[in-house]
Design a protein around this ligand. Structure first.
Ligand SMILES: [Zn+2]
Length: 86
C-alpha cells in the first residue's frame, strides 16, 4: 500500500454490475446487472455458468439463475413498454 494513495470511485449513473463491475446497470433491474451481462445470461443456461459448482449446490444455483433470467426479461419488457408509450 502506497502512502497517500487514494482511489476515488466515481459513481456513474446506474448501478455497478455485480458480474463485470461496469457501471452500466439496467435501470430498474434490482440486481444492477448491465446490459451486456444480461444478454449473456439470457443466452446461457445455468450449466454454462456453473461448470465448477459443487453438484449439491447446483439445484439452488439453477433456481436462482432462472429467477434472475425471469427478472431480466421482465425488466426489458417494462423498458420496451415505456418506449412504446413515448
Ligand atoms: Zn456486467
Amino acid at each position: 500500500m502506497v502512502d497517500g494513495l487514494k482511489i476515488e470511485v466515481c459513481r456513474a449513473d446506474g448501478q455497478k454490475c455485480p458480474r463485470c463491475w461496469m457501471y452500466a446497470g439496467i435501470p430498474e433491474n434490482p440486481h444492477g446487472i448491465c446490459d451486456r451481462c444480461a444478454k449473456t445470461m439470457l443466452d446461457s443456461t445455468p450449466e454454462d455458468f456453473a461448470k465448477n459448482i459443487d453438484p449439491e449446490k447446483f439445484e439452488a444455483f439453477r433456481v436462482a439463475f432462472v429467477d434472475l433470467q425471469r427478472e431480466i426479461k421482465a425488466c426489458y419488457a417494462a423498458q420496451a413498454e415505456k418506449y412504446m408509450r413515448r
